[in-house]
Design a binder for this molecule. Sequence first.
Ligand code: SAH
Ligand code: SF4
Length: 431
Amino acid sequence: MNVSDSEIVASVLKNAGYGLTHDPLVADVVLINTCAIRENAEQRVRRRLEFFRSRKRKHNPDLRIGVLGCMAERLRGKLLEQERLVDLVIGPDAYRDLPRLLKQVETTGQSAVNVELSREETYAEIAPVRYDSNGISAFVSIMRGCDNMCAFCVVPFTRGRERSRNAGTIVRECQDLFDAGYREITLLGQNVNSYVDGPIDFPTLVDRVSLVSPDLRIRYSTSHPKDCSEALLHVHLERPNVCNFIHLPVQHGNSDVLKRMRRGYTSEDYRELIKRARRICPDLSLSTDIIAGFCEETDAEHQDTLNLMSEIEYDHAFMFMYSERPDTYAARKFQDDVPPEVKKQRLSEIIELQNSISLKKNRQQIGNIHTVLVEGPSKRSDAQFCGRTDTNKMVIFDREMLQPGSYAQVEITDCTSATLFGTVRESSTHF
Ligand code: SAH
Ligand code: SF4
């Protein structure tokens, strides 16, 4: 989501006459787009800020440093006190104001802050500048904010109320991307299932975007389990280019913990949803987010998370230690009382289990042929290309005569828990 927001910021600044550099050491303005979701995300930002501040002190007193996004929104003016030499503090709904604020900093020499949240801003008609893109896959933001108020989560405080972007501008952006050679779109929102623009709900939007071209792959993130509808699953079934993959974060396997987390479903509800999804879309690939060591979590409750993971067998998971965020419901109502070493132990059990499941699921793919969207050279070698399967698994294969942006039929020959390896059997520009 921050990548997508930074592309909007780049567009706003480009329209105001600013150029973009990939080298931070030659920049006149450095803007750090921040995350506040966990304490360690904020610590990383502070370390990065320290680097630029020392540069400003020692080499370039005219360097302007700005902090954008969720950490800016959470700390507001406090950031200016804590992080001296920061010139700008700008929340996620104030990016259109950046050129004015930068000018203000130039003319007054004073720092500037705008952390106002909006009920309307969706940056709907701004054409993102995809400055770091591979030219094949793009994020398209479809909504902003979140109204869910999960007990552990800072997002509703930093990103404000939920609002949906106009559907026409979304479809147009996807069409423009396809025309420019992009072949994969990920529709983005904190809770995409609650997208609504008049009569257009999320399944309808996904369907419309899928009609841009049968050769354009569609993904989305994040889908909230409490709102994931049958209609959406049917769109997956009916449209081959809507990928056979859903990220459906469960967070925990125990219903009492889910209640404390205020997620709005029980572990039984969630199991039912997965059964229904797999009935409608056989071979659906699933990923999840899991939090270890939430407030008051007992050993038995932790065991329920492991049990649920073993039962569902996710293809992939993002796994985190609980990190208390100031002012959230959990911070106000519960004790963050699981000792750090216990949190760590539980998280490593979760990670170990998931690695073994991912490896098992990947091994099951050996011998199967997948349609892979070719992205470009793999990280390790220019002689090999990488790309994703419909089910969102990364595959490495020999480069041969393939072009990025084309599709290839790849037979899976080997794997690790994170990556598949394969041999190209056929290639095509079509899906
Ligand atoms: N909107 C998405 C989640 C966005 S945040 C959803 O509801 O699924 C991404 C992930 O960060 C969450 O799914 C959760 O697993 C994790 N997370 C959020 N707050 C956290 C916290 N305080 N401590 C640890 N992990 C957290
Ligand atoms: Fe946070 Fe819950 Fe909203 Fe996701 S749905 S962003 S976890 S409050």
